[in-house]
Design a protein around this ligand. Structure first.
Ligand code: NDP
Length: 470
């Protein structure tokens, strides 16, 4: 599919940064090679005194893997973008510099703030509304603020500059394909929606267990921890999609209204010692590779008590979900990698006497990246017709030909904020987790330990199992 972008220039601030090289430029490459960013210009900016060749070399190396696999047309498009791209040395926090650069670029421009969060905020504060040409889009990375109040203040700064639907708060975890896969499954199947409520569903778990450990990211991660890094941003968005009321369309307004409504009804119940858990990994091994104790990793301040595994239980106070626990869990250095939502149905009200064998509640599992579906059902046999056993129906869901950041950028370039977190939602996600963060700071909830490579602290039940309780 070929599309003409509405954005003419993509300006990446933070040209030398990790995000730009590892995720943004490769994501852009795939988009360009597939002919889905026709006519786009790329401009990089950073505080380093780079020569144009240095920037071009960075773009070239980040494009290389895609270029190698691309058809001739795609390779030409990538080469054309590389040839034309320019670099500007700029301190974005110094007044006037960014404004002057914006005026000099062909619009509409999308400004991607691939900068440390504090610098992004200062850069936006340094801009005046008249510095920002009509049609400009601002792309903000996570974390968006550091709490509800700071997210609100950042929102105020941004809407002074551009309208809300020109602000893209990135959540790269939920690509467009994943969002639509969840919505398609929920709302295109008449056998599911009538049971998708408190009468038939016992609990919903959203699990993101990583086998990766710190991987040298102490500078960022030790100040964040699993709750801020994964749950506050990404997992709450997945929970919202699992819980929303059916929207009239899959357009950004209807969908983001529905997401906002469900998050507004969500909270973590006190006492937090019962509804939340946190832990930190100690030395161990993952897939045969030794992992050092988190507290002894370079750059980690052990006294901070940063959690590398977090679990919170959310209640949604509305008609559909009253008293159904939504358990969100994410951690690092775990023995098995898992990214999935697990829906556990209630047991049948009466199993006819005479049946034997397994009678455990049905579970539906949606795996993320690659997106998959597994539905556990109890069926008869084989062998003894009276004996029930578990069968799993499986399907692979639609995959995207783009990388997650390609999907993000495609939305930005086309002016579609569908995948962006709306301002009110960004504030609400902080409102939900902030009381937990404060309780953890007060040590109301003990920081437990688990060996790297294990399934978590021995006392925690295995998440995602029908009998694991919560
Ligand atoms: P890095 O520290 O690697 O890069 C930051 C960039 O900002 C550097 O290019 C730096 O240039 C530039 N910069 C800093 N100060 C200024 C300034 N005053 N003027 C102009 N440029 C400046 O950070 P990351 O790339 O890792 O992260 C960027 C953002 O993306 C953060 O918000 C992060 O939370 C988010 N993010 C990152 C992910 C990742 O995997 N890296 C994943 C998801 C989100 P210089 O070195 O020359 O100062």
């Amino acid at each position: 599919m070929t599309s003409q972008t509405t954005v003419r220039t993509l300006l990446i601030l933070g040209a030398s940064g990790d995000l730009t090289g590892r995720l943004l430029l490769p994501g852009l490459a795939r988009l360009v090679a597939k002919g889905r960013a026709a006519g786009l210009r790329l401009v990089g900016a950073g505080s380093d005194p780079w020569t144009p060749e240095q920037w071009r070399e960075r773009v070239h190396s980040s494009f290389a893997a895609t270029a190698e696999a691309a058809a001739a047309e795609g390779q030409e498009a990538l080469q054309a973008l590389e040839k034309e791209t320019v670099y500007h040395q700029l301190d974005v926090t110094a007044g006037g510099g960014l404004a002057a650069l914006l005026r000099s670029l062909e619009g509409p421009v999308a400004v991607y703030f691939a900068l440390p969060p504090k610098i992004s905020q200062l850069a936006c504060e340094a801009l005046q509304p008249e510095d920002v040409p009509d049609g400009t889009r601002l792309v903000m990375e996570k974390p968006f603020g550091s709490g509800e109040e700071s997210a609100r203040s950042l929102n105020r700064t941004l809407v002074r500059l551009v309208p809300e639907d020109h602000i893209h708060r990135v959540d790269h975890f939920l690509g467009k394909a994943t969002v639509l896969n969840i919505l398609g499954l929920r709302f295109a199947n008449n056998f599911l929606e009538p049971v998708w409520n408190r009468h038939h569903i016992e609990k919903v778990e959203i699990i993101f267990d990583e086998d990766l450990a710190l991987e040298g990211r102490a500078r960022y991660y030790d100040g964040a921890g699993a709750l801020r890094d994964m749950i506050q941003s990404h997992l709450l968005q997945i929970m919202a999609l699992m819980a929303i009321e059916p929207p009239a369309t899959v357009g950004e307004r209807d969908l983001r209204d529905a997401i906002s409504a469900v998050l507004r009804a969500s909270s973590v119940r006190a006492p937090f010692a019962a509804s939340t858990r946190r832990a930190r990994y100690t030395a161990g091994s993952v897939a045969g590779k030794a992992v050092p104790d988190y507290a002894r990793e370079e750059g980690v301040d052990a006294d901070r008590g940063t959690e590398t595994l977090a679990e919170i239980q959310i209640g949604i106070d509305n008609w559909r979900w009253k008293d159904v626990p939504f358990v969100l869990r994410s951690g690092k250095a775990l023995g098995a990698k898992r990214k999935e939502a697990v829906v556990t149905f209630r047991p049948v009200p009466h199993l006819p006497k005479g049946f034997t064998g397994v009678d455990s509640p049905n579970q539906l599992r949606i795996g993320f990246g690659p997106d998959t579906l597994q539905f556990d059902v109890d069926v008869n046999g084989p062998g003894d017709i009276f004996s029930l056993s578990r069968a799993t129906l499986q399907a692979e869901l639609s995959a995207s030909e783009l990388l997650p950041y390609g999907e993000v950028l495609e939305g930005v370039l086309a002016g579609d904020p569908l995948l962006s977190v709306r301002g009110d939602t960004a504030e609400d996600c902080w409102r939900i987790v902030e009381p937990v963060l404060l309780a953890w700071q007060r040590n109301d909830v003990p920081l437990e330990e688990y060996d790297a490579g294990s399934a978590g602290p021995a006392s925690w039940p295995t998440a995602g199992r029908a009998d694991s309780g919560s």
